[in-house]
Design a protein around this ligand. Structure first.
Ligand SMILES: *Cc1c(COP(=O)(O)O)cnc(C)c1O
Length: 410
């Protein structure tokens, strides 16, 4: 495949898709694949969902873009729907998760300057966090290999271990420049890491005591995937800022930074913006997505089906060699291996299952569409369990002769 014209920022599997329908993708040779990744938590409603297709087609025939110099009714409707669902006060729309987080970081800094009178405001971020690839979000990300070679990084981030409340308390006593915490309710890219049940409640309390903004990155965990519309809704708290993107547009690029209370008053005309952000097309798609998630109770569906899939794996391969832990929060599902299993993504693809390997090569990550059927879920559990059993038995060279070597990642 001639890919030299594309910068090699991704290791790609050698398959090209032509069409999708629900939980299925069809490649250019007519082979079908069960999609347990949803384009990395993006296509929560599956592929070619009629409500989204209809909203996009209709909007495309009317108006794509006007800029934020004018009122955009779709954007207002979407903002109202999102604030109503989330308990937040207002929204800034961008085009990606990184942009949503950039907005959050800018709100925190300006809050530091204008409300707290702090000249060098700092934000607590976590080890193994992922917040994006722009310079500020890369600096907030807790993965040295993603940062290496891009120094100087953006300053003003203080790192704490994930799921460690004492570490945050220590920073609170030692660092008077802190103005905010930015944290994922569930760490996605580092392998679906699920913190203690009361982690967010404790962070909320510390933020209240110290006048810090509690900022949650729900780019991956939001939009129903965790079993609630936003993962913080499991904790009965409200953050000051929450960001989301991925599942919001079902494939149409859109990101959102929601704020509440004082955080909602920080940005004013001229302090932030985006040419495309919240344009009529993206908002039409997102409105269809949000309404479908809510009207079809897909949050509840994510919780029950996610638990069912994880239980299915526990029953099939819970005690298999190579399998260290099976965990999930709704339809953020992980099978952690005792050692690296990067080739499992290739082996699964050969058997018609799409997933990915993250968490340093040791975690099989599944983010299936929230609309996946019970039968598809069963097929996923049975097929992948069989693949892992064979892999664990170290028969993979003979069991998967058709796995092309060119797919093997380094
Ligand atoms: C994917 C992701 C991002 C970055 O989103 P982009 O749309 O790729 O910029 C940020 N935070 C989290 C938690 C993510 O999973």
């Amino acid at each position: 495949m001639a890919v030299e014209s594309i910068m090699t920022t991704y290791n790609r599997l050698s398959v090209a898709f032509e069409r999708g329908e629900g939980s299925w993708l069809f490649d250019i040779n007519g082979n079908k694949y069960l999609d347990a990744l949803s384009g990395i938590a993006v296509c929560g409603l599956g592929h070619a969902h009629p409500a989204v297709t209809h909203a996009i087609s209709e909007q495309a025939g009317k108006l794509l873009h006007t800029s934020n110099l004018y009122t955009i009714p779709n954007q207002q409707q979407l903002a109202e729907r999102l604030t109503q669902i989330s308990g937040m006060d207002n929204v800034f729309f961008g085009n990606s998760g990184a942009e949503a987080n950039e907005a959050a970081i800018k709100i925190a800094r300006r809050y530091g300057h204008t409300v707290r009178n702090i000249d060098n405001p700092a934000i607590i971020v976590m080890e193994n966090a992922f917040h994006g690839r722009t310079m500020a979000t890369l600096s907030a990300t807790g993965n040295r290999s993603a940062q290496a070679g891009f120094e100087p990084l953006v300053s003003g981030f203080v790192r704490a271990p994930y799921d460690d409340i004492d570490a945050i308390k220590t920073i609170a006593t030692n660092n008077p420049n802190i103005v905010a915490i930015l944290v994922e309710p569930i760490q996605g890219e580092s392998g679906i890491q699920i913190p203690a049940d009361d982690y967010l409640n404790q962070i909320r309390a510390i933020c209240d005591e110290n006048n810090w903004l509690m900022m949650l990155d729900e780019v991956q965990s939001g939009n129903g995937r965790s079993g609630k519309y936003f993962a913080y809704q499991h904790n009965n708290i409200l953050p000051d800022v929450v960001t989301t993107a991925k599942g919001l547009g079902n494939g149409v690029p859109i990101g959102a930074c929601l704020a509440r209370g004082v955080a909602a008053t920080i940005l004013s005309p001229g302090t932030h913006g985006s040419t495309y952000g919240g344009n009529p097309l993206a908002c039409a798609a997102a409105l269809a997505v949000v309404n479908t998630i809510m009207n079809e109770n897909l949050c509840e569906r994510a919780e029950t089906l996610g638990n069912k899939i994880a239980d299915g794996f526990r029953k099939e391969i819970g005690t298999a060699p190579y399998v260290k832990e099976i965990r999930n929060k709704g339809m953020l599902i992980a099978i952690e291996l005792t050692e690296g299993g990067s080739e499992l993504a290739v082996l699964a693809k050969v058997k018609g299952i799409l997933l990915n390997i993250t968490g340093g090569g040791k975690v099989i990550r599944m983010l299936p569409p929230l609309t996946m059927t019970d039968n598809e879920a069963e097929l996923l559990v049975n097929t992948l369990s069989q693949i892992i059993r064979v892999y664990a038995a170290d028969e993979r060279s003979t069991a998967f002769p058709e796995a092309p070597n060119s797919d093997r990642r380094v």
